[in-house]
Design a protein around this ligand. Structure first.
Ligand SMILES: [Ca+2]
Length: 238
């Protein structure tokens, strides 16, 4: 994620430690690249299942859980191949339904560093203006194209008035989150990663104009609209 100048320092201050065992998401990278570099994030939601953005799909993907610093072997990393992919009528033009459900080649080991995120339900409604956290290994500045070595996170607020920013392009399957003064956002390389609100996985990093621009909040896939589909796929997969 991207943080403003001062906020970036705060993000750096926590980047030397594991952010939290509830931040469980993953980097994904293509097996074809000689130097594996994550291009998207995703989130573990069950022992053998992860969610990401549909636009993150590639012909060959590998997932790593328990990752923190991409260039140091911390000993907690778990690598997986993909055994199944499910999408939900993704529209490449509008980015509607930007969600992808991934079945891992084998179940993940749940421990202090890898734990599934909780999916939201009707008993824990989403409150607008809640503070949420977006995380990933994406670039930390539009002017510095190098992805982050370490997992970073920034807090953002949910917006109710997203149509005002993106007239006609945001629909009811999308959430907007950002920071009124800019400077805090997901950015290139964070796609597919989690937006966690009140301990629940509420959004998937999907799209936006620019990064951390006060006039253009980040747009996320609204997970709530797909929870029943997710449970159905996991129950009927064999
Ligand atoms: Ca590592």
């Amino acid at each position: 994620p991207m943080a403003g100048f001062i906020l970036l320092l705060l993000a750096c201050a926590v980047s030397g430690m594991f952010l939290s065992h509830t931040i469980i998401h993953v980097s994904m990278f293509s097996q074809y690249k000689s130097e594996p570099k994550p291009y998207c994030g995703c989130t573990l939601i069950a022992q053998q299942w992860a969610v990401s953005a549909a636009h993150c799909w590639r012909p060959a993907m590998m997932l790593v859980f328990g990752e923190h610093n991409l260039f140091i072997d911390e000993g907690y990393e778990q690598y997986f191949n993909v055994s199944g992919i499910y999408v939900h009528n993704f529209n490449y033009r509008t980015y509607n339904n930007d969600i992808m459900l991934i079945k891992l080649s084998k179940p993940a080991t749940i421990n202090a560093y890898v734990e599934p995120a909780r999916l939201p339900g009707p008993t824990n409604p989403l409150e607008y203006m809640d503070t949420c956290t977006v995380s990933g290994w994406g670039v930390t500045s539009l002017y510095n194209p190098t992805p982050s070595d370490e997992l970073r996170a920034v807090d953002v607020h949910l917006y109710t008035d997203c149509q005002y920013y993106y007239w006609g392009r945001v629909n009811s399957n999308m959430l907007c989150a950002g920071y009124r003064y800019g400077g805090k956002d997901a950015c290139k390389g964070d796609s597919g990663g989690p937006l966690m609100c009140n301990g629940y996985l509420e959004g998937i990093v999907s799209w936006g104009i620019s990064c951390a621009n006060p006039y253009f909040p980040g747009v996320y896939t609204k997970i709530r609209n797909y929870v029943n589909w997710i449970y159905w796929v996991m129950a009927n997969d064999s």
